[in-house]
Design a protein around this ligand. Structure first.
Ligand SMILES: [Fe+2]
Ligand SMILES: [Fe+2]
Length: 331
């Protein structure tokens, strides 16, 4: 579907949609998105688009966009570009569309990302800036999406090593590396930025917290700290929690939502307090509260379950729905 038509259809359908999903329908559709993500074929993209149009839920709509990015399907690009340009769409969904375009790493998206790097919605402008930095980084290394997509398929089959390594010769096929030691976490998702080179934790923490640094560099520090958790344990988790705890008016909601997401990946029990606090902060951005709720679902402690139950009726729709979904995964 061409971009303009997609945008028009989205707008007209969004206007006629019910304001919120009932709990069971929301959880069912969320599960369906995961099924389609694993299928990862052209028909799955079409079904994701149909699912998108069936709901007014920002949680589900942004999850569709996120999933398309993780699938790295070039045939999703026109739909995602339509979302990014549609100012009637929720900024959280538009942010996820921009992030997905960055994850697909299609050089043809550079123009649209550059245009929206000055978008009025900070969630959108910051994400476009990040996606541009990521694309330019990959292009400078000689690996844009054209090479990376088949590379990713090979990686899944174990034929090449993970290309997030700073020095990886990503364009060449290489034999599988030996299995990593058990303490090395394996993240199969496409990050919005590569991890920074290994450095002392104190240095990376400083870079993460430094608001003078470009967001791309702060993201890179975040992923480097994440990768240090097996070795550094609590110190690394605390550095992430410290940034998550920053007052909403003083820190980028985008960075904080990514930290909450990463804490969910890590499933480290020491992050429980910081994630519960993020869920409970009424002045916090819905995007951050949503990721914090889903991360609590991954941690699954009694404290996490109690908080998720407590916020399952909350007036903020994306928070309420995230609590439902997190509790569903725990059942
Ligand atoms: Fe996001
Ligand atoms: Fe999300």
């Amino acid at each position: 579907m061409d971009t303009f038509l997609a945008a028009v259809q989205q707008r007209s359908l969004a206007a006629s949609l019910p304001p919120s999903e009932p709990r069971d329908a929301c959880c069912e559709k969320y599960k369906q998105i995961f099924v389609l993500r694993n299928r990862n074929d052209k028909a799955a993209v079409d079904e994701l688009i149909a699912l998108f149009h069936s709901t007014g839920s920002v949680l589900l709509r942004h999850e569709v966009a996120y999933t398309m990015g993780q699938m790295q399907r070039i045939d999703a690009v026109p739909f995602l570009e339509g979302l990014l340009t549609d100012e009637a769409e929720d900024p959280i969904t538009r942010h996820e569309a921009a992030e997905a375009l960055g994850a697909i790493e299609a050089p043809e998206s550079l123009d649209i990302l550059a245009r929206h790097a000055a978008d009025a919605a900070s969630e959108v402008s910051e994400t476009c800036g990040l996606a541009l930095a990521q694309l330019n980084y990959q292009i400078a290394k000689g690996v844009c999406g054209c090479e990376r997509r088949p590379q990713e398929a090979l990686r899944r089959e174990g034929l090449v090593v993970d290309e997030t390594e700073e020095e990886a010769a990503v364009c060449s096929r290489r034999p599988a590396s030996p299995p990593p030691p058990p303490t090395t976490p394996i993240y199969t998702y496409v990050s919005p930025a590569p991890a920074a080179k290994a450095a002392p934790l104190s240095e990376l923490r400083q870079r993460l917290l430094d608001r003078q640094q470009p967001l791309f560099e702060r993201y890179r520090a975040l992923f480097a700290i994440r990768d240090m958790v097996p070795a550094e344990g609590l110190g690394a988790v605390n550095a992430l929690c410290e940034c998550l705890a920053t007052k909403p008016e003083e820190e980028s909601a985008l960075l904080k939502h990514e930290i909450a997401f990463v804490l969910g990946q890590l499933e480290h029990p020491a992050a429980g307090d910081a994630l519960c606090d993020a869920v409970k902060r009424e002045e916090e951005h819905g995007m951050v509260r949503h990721e914090a709720a889903e991360a609590l679902g991954a941690i699954g402690s009694q404290q996490a379950i109690d908080t998720l139950r407590q916020y399952s009726d909350h007036k903020v729709e994306i928070l309420r729905e995230s609590c439902w979904v997190a509790l569903m995964w725990l059942d």
